[in-house]
Design a protein around this ligand. Sequence first.
Ligand SMILES: [Zn+2]
Length: 94
Amino acid sequence: MPETVFKAQPIQIRYVCDKCGKAEMMPTPGGKPILTPQGPLIPHTCGNKFCGEVKGFHVMYPVTTFIRGRALAPDEINVVFPPKEVIKTGDNIG
Ligand SMILES: [Zn+2]
């Protein structure tokens, strides 16, 4: 399959505490990942200091990712990748 280019919009996913519902779960400062067969669990702590909920996640919240939009037509792409002119290394060696 050839490369295709899509528009993308950045989004951020936050995890609100299951226990109090008032604050986000954030990575626990100094927390060490817990190794599991499914991958490391990253300890998070509720941002509500009166809650104290601690929970492990396989991702580090908040997660920044992208929503993929429509594919761009070739005439809409003004970024050339890969470069049209390939610099051949080694031509000047010898
Ligand atoms: Zn909480």
